[in-house]
Structure formats: C-alpha cells, structure tokens
Write a protein that binds this ligand. Structure first.
Ligand SMILES: [Zn+2]
Length: 305
C-alpha cells in the first residue's frame, strides 16, 4: 500500500472512530433517542428512559452554557454547565478537576474556575466519572492547558482511547482499580467501580469539612441503563447498586446536575441558611430510579407486563 493511501486510510479510520463515538454518545445520551417505555415511579415521580435522558442533557445550549460557579461544600466548587457537571476540589497543593465534559466546554470551565478566584493552571489532577464524550471528551485539552495528571479507571481505558476530539490521543497518565485513591494536599478521593452505564463508571467519594463537621461526599456515576440490558450488564448494575447503597453519603453529586437536583439546591443557598447540598435523605434517590429502571427493562425484555 502506498504511503498516501495508508495515510488516507488512517484518516478515514480516525473519522470513522470519531463518528461512531459521536453516534454512540447521541444514541446513549442525546435527547429524544431513548424509548418512552418502560415507566417507573419512584417516590411519587414517574420516569421513562426518554424523560431521564431529557432531564440529564437539557438543550444543546444547556450543555454548553456555564451554570453560576459556586461553592458546594468545604473545598468543593461547581464549575460545569447547566446540565454537564464539572467540579473543582481545591487544596493548598493545587486543584483536582472532576469531569472535563465536551472539549468545547473546556474554556467555559476555565472561566468558571477563574471567576471563583482560582487558576486553571493549578489543576494538578484530572479525573472523571465515565468514558462518554459529554463527560471526558475535553481531557486532552485540559491536559494541554494545565499539565494535569489524568487518572482513569482501568475498565474505562478502551472506551476512553476511542474518544479522540480532532484526532488527539486521549491522555492517560495513571490507571486505577476499584478502591484506589487519588491524593492531593490533605484531600483523598476514593474511586469505586460502579459499572453498568460504562465498564469503568467511577463513583468518587471524599470527606469535606464545613462548620466544624465532616461530611461524606459522593460524586456518583450515571447508573442509567441503555436501551437493552444484557445478562452481563444486569450483573454489573446489580453489583453497582449494592456498592452505591452501602456508601456513606451526606452530599450527593453526579455527572448531570439533574441527578442531584442541583439547580433547585443552588436556588436555596442563602446566608445563614443550612447548606442545601447536605441532604443524606436524598442521597440514594437517583440510584433507586436507576435500579427500578433496570428491573423494568429486564422485565420488559423477558416479555412480562
Ligand atoms: Zn454517559
């Protein structure tokens, strides 16, 4: 094969991979693609795969417009868009960024970090919830702008390698397994493997201090099932639901703001009022919705009413 033809083939394959990646994300995460059945009711609220997806993603504008950057609790700040979350964990030794989201959002995140009075170049570590473009497509650009060490769950490596905006290789500096930690300053984040939505879906936990008390914070990974659930996938979800159920939690966060009612909680932030993000009773609602949905999909697939 000539070098030119080989080069053309490489370009064609890269385009194909990028297109398939984009298609997968559209199929998996874009509005209006999921079916409107089955329907489940959790704590009085009805959900379908389509309504969950619409709630998670919002409009194209919601996905790319900054949501007011603000303090969540302790050393954790919100720096994401209206529907795609990104968090900054601040330490005296530099900062940890959770979720780069889409590559086009990286300048949006950078501006939010700066609005809060922090420096984007102080980002020392980049982690994410799962290997879909709406959460980790921007990893290469964040790495390029900050030199941050990119830490990823081993089981998500193949899916991450397929996310190549503009043909850029996905940076991976350290791979971890279930239960391993990421440390910076006196902050320790523990990675829990909670697969199902992706193979390496990662729920991160840490402690945050506020008002002389210590709180358990959970950065939940999406537990949203795809249109079909294979037996292997069902087993992954079953284990993940058990893991999340058992996690101590005072403050629940997630890869989409709707998973933890971010906009409503933000609206309740007021001087002198209790921090609305401290909500142990609400911590597992998203898990309950996801679990009910997986069960309903499995029942539907088995031909049960
Ligand atoms: Zn996803």
């Amino acid at each position: 094969m000539s070098e030119r033809r080989a080069a053309k083939l490489v370009v064609a394959s890269v385009v194909a991979v990028v297109t398939i990646g984009a298609f997968f994300e559209r199929g998996a995460d874009a509005q209006g693609q999921a079916p409107d059945h089955p329907s489940v009711t959790v704590r009085g609220q009805a959900y379908t795969p389509r309504s969950i997806l619409a709630r998670n993603m919002g409009t194209d504008e919601d996905q790319t417009t900054a949501f007011t950057p603000h303090k969540i609790i302790g050393n954790i700040y919100y720096v994401g868009t209206r529907t795609l979350t990104s968090f900054l964990v601040v330490t005296p030794q530099g900062n940890i960024l959770v979720n780069s989201t889409y590559e086009r959002n990286v300048p949006v995140i950078q501006r939010s970090v700066e609005q809060l009075g922090f420096k984007f170049v102080d980002t020392k570590i980049l982690i994410g919830n799962h290997a879909h473009g709406d959460h980790q497509e921007g990893d290469a650009l964040v790495k390029q702008l900050t030199g941050a060490q990119v830490v990823v769950m081993t089981e998500d490596v193949p899916a991450l390698r397929a996310i190549k905006p503009g043909g850029k290789e996905h940076p991976i500096d350290r791979t971890i397994r279930d239960g391993e930690t990421v440390r910076l300053g006196d902050t320790v984040l523990t990675a829990r493997l909670t697969p199902g939505h992706t193979r390496g879906c990662t729920t991160w936990t840490m402690k945050a201090q506020e008002g002389g008390r210590t709180y358990d914070v959970m950065f939940g990974c999406s537990l949203r099932a795809g249109n079909r659930v294979t037996p292997e996938n069902a087993e992954e979800f079953r284990r993940s639901f058990d893991v999340v159920r058992a996690l101590p939690c005072d403050v629940q966060l997630g890869d989409h703001g709707a998973q933890f009612g971010m906009q409503a909680k933000f609206a309740r932030i007021a001087p002198g009022a209790a921090n609305p993000y401290i909500d142990p009773a609400g911590c597992k609602v998203e898990m309950e919705i996801s679990e009910a949905m997986v069960r309903a999909i499995l029942a539907e697939q088995a031909g049960q009413p």
